[in-house]
Each structure stands twice: as C-alpha cells, then as structure tokens.
Design a protein around this ligand. Structure first.
Ligand SMILES: Cc1cc2nc3c(=O)[nH]c(=O)nc-3n(C[C@H](O)[C@H](O)[C@H](O)COP(=O)(O)OP(=O)(O)OC[C@H]3O[C@@H](n4cnc5c(N)ncnc54)[C@H](O)[C@@H]3O)c2cc1C
Ligand code: FES
Length: 267
C-alpha cells in the first residue's frame, strides 16, 4: 500500500486568485516528496465547523517542502476554507489515489481543463514541461473573472487556448470547441503522438470522451466524484468502468482513480 501522511501544518497563504477561487499553500514535506501528478489530498476543514467529512483537492503545485491547492467555493466546506488565514492550522492527508500514466511520451500532450478542472492538471503540465514535452493547454471558464492558471501555464511554456462561455476573453464557446479546432488544424502543426488529459464537469468530460473516441486519441480523465472516506472503505465515490472482456464494474475514484482512461468510463 502506498505511503500516505496525516499532517497538521500551518497555512502559508490562502489568496483569492479569481472570482470564487482561492490558492492555498502549506508546508507538507512528506506529501511534497511523495506526490505524483493527479494525486490528491484530503483536507480536514476547521475542526470547530462541525464538518465531519474531509474534502478532496488535487495537488496544484509542489515547490520544495510546500504544496498548494487551487479550489473553487462550492458549498460549506470550501466557503469555510476560503476564510482560513495565514498561520492557521490545517490537517492534510495524502498523497491519495493513483496518478496520470506517463509511461508513453506524448507529442504533444494536450491538457483540457473545464473551470476548476484545470487545477487537477497543473502539476501534470509542470512535470510534462520538465520532461521537455510539447504542451497544448485548453482552458475553459464561464467568464474572464473566473479564468484560472493561464499565467502559470504560459510561464512553463504551454501553448494556451482560452474559451469562455460568454466570450469575455478568448473564444466564445466550450473548451471542447478549442480541442476540436486543434485536432482539425492543418498538417504543418502535426500531432505526432497526442495524448489528452482532461478534468472538469462530467458533461465536459463526456463530450471530450466522444471526441477522443471519434479521433482515436488516448485520453486520461481525472474524475472528481463526491467522496466520503477517500480510503476505499465507504464506496461513496464509485464510477462505472467498462471491463476489457465485457460488462462493467464499479470502481472507487479514491483508490482505483481518480485517473481513468476516458473510454473505460460509462457516463
Ligand atoms: C479527487 C478529487 C480532486 C478534486 N480536486 C479539486 C481541486 O483541485 N479544486 C477544486 O476546486 N475542487 C476539487 N474537487 C472538488 C471538491 O472536492 C469539492 O468541490 C468540495 O469537496 C466541495 O466541498 P464543499 O463542502 O464546499 O461543498 P458541499 O457543501 O459538500 O457541497 C455543495 C454542493 O456541491 C455538490 N458537490 C460537492 N462536491 C461535489 C463534487 N465533487 N462533484 C459534484 N458536485 C459536488 C453537492 O452535492 C452540493 O450540492 C476534487 C474532488 C475530487 C474527488
Ligand atoms: S470515498 Fe470512500 S471508498 Fe472512495
């Protein structure tokens, strides 16, 4: 069983970076040393809040002993988290789950992030660029004030394509429209061995899966089902996964996932 660490630490910073979105940084040396792209942490939110369940967040970045997570305010837990101050204590369990499979070198790697989904792809994007992989990043948001990670992606040398629902920045439309545009581009920008990595709302992942199946391109998706224990015990996080032979089984996003081959998921 892979090692995981239950760490109580202090928040270094917890800054609003876009409407409804925050970046939280904390020192977790053991988690930082062992985490791989796609893995997540399970965060206990303020012990006085009566929230019994931890909340899962993908590791956004690792710098030395420091990890960060980029999160969207969705409900009570993330609302409370957004009020946490520098030096306040936080309890973090991780690293959890599997990771992206990087055994085949993509050319290019295409990351497709819908909304806060891009947060689950940033550590992967960084690792790919460190291995000198050509990186195309599709970033989708509702509007310009909710656009995430574009500066971080450009800093590591990603070719970035932006779409917003309202057209306030980038192209108007869905992030999957950008993906189609890149897949259909002329042959001088040839995609030799593309691999797609996607995270976002289920509707977006379903649309991405249809595209990758049509184009015959391998695609790994990071699933973000609601979780209870995140340790494989409660079965609260399962998704339906196609079996190679025939039929399907329910697999746990927290332990068999969160990363799955897109075409294996039965949406
Ligand atoms: C492996 C994993 C990694 C994740 N990484 C990130 C990340 O990096 N950044 C980020 O912003 N979010 C991430 N999420 C989602 C995040 O965990 C949830 O948004 C968070 O738990 C919501 O907690 P809450 O207390 O604010 O909302 P709750 O009060 O628990 O819920 C509020 C409402 O949102 C719905 N809801 C809650 N969680 C989810 C969900 N996962 N999917 C769909 N609907 C939901 C509830 O049904 C409810 O209606 C991740 C989830 C998983 C499983
Ligand atoms: S969250 Fe309990 S089994 Fe996955």
């Amino acid at each position: 069983m892979p090692q995981k660490f239950d760490t109580t630490t202090q928040i270094i910073s917890n800054e609003q970076i876009a409407t409804n979105h925050f970046l939280l940084r904390c020192i977790c040396p053991k988690i930082a040393a062992k985490s791989k792209p796609g893995q997540f942490i399970h965060v206990l939110i303020d012990e006085g809040s009566n929230l019994l369940l931890r909340r899962p967040f993908t590791i956004y970045s690792i710098e030395g002993d420091e990890i960060s997570m980029l999160y969207q305010i969705i409900g009570k837990g993330t609302e409370i988290l957004s009020t946490c101050q520098q030096n306040q204590q936080i309890n973090v369990l991780g690293p959890l789950g599997n990771c992206f499979d990087l055994s085949v070198k993509p050319d290019p790697a295409i990351v497709v992030g819908g909304g806060a989904g891009i947060a689950s792809l940033m550590l992967l994007a960084t690792a790919l660029r460190l291995s000198d992989v050509r990186l195309i990043a599709m970033v989708g948001a509702m509007s310009s004030d909710r656009l995430l990670s574009v500066k971080d992606l450009e800093e590591i040398g990603a070719e970035t394509h932006i779409t917003t629902d309202d057209g306030s920045v980038g192209n108007q439309g869905f992030v999957t429209d950008s993906l189609l545009a890149v897949l259909d581009q002329p042959t001088e920008n040839r995609l030799r061995n593309p691999i797609i990595f996607a995270c976002g709302p289920n509707g977006m992942l379903r649309a991405t899966t249809k595209i990758v199946v049509d184009y015959g391109i391998p695609c790994q998706v990071a699933m973000e089902n609601r979780m209870g224990c995140a340790l494989g015990v409660c079965l609260g996080c399962v998704c339906k996964v196609r079996l190679p032979s025939a039929g399907f089984e329910f697999q746990r996003v927290c332990t068999e996932g969160p990363v799955f081959n897109a075409e294996d998921i039965i949406w």
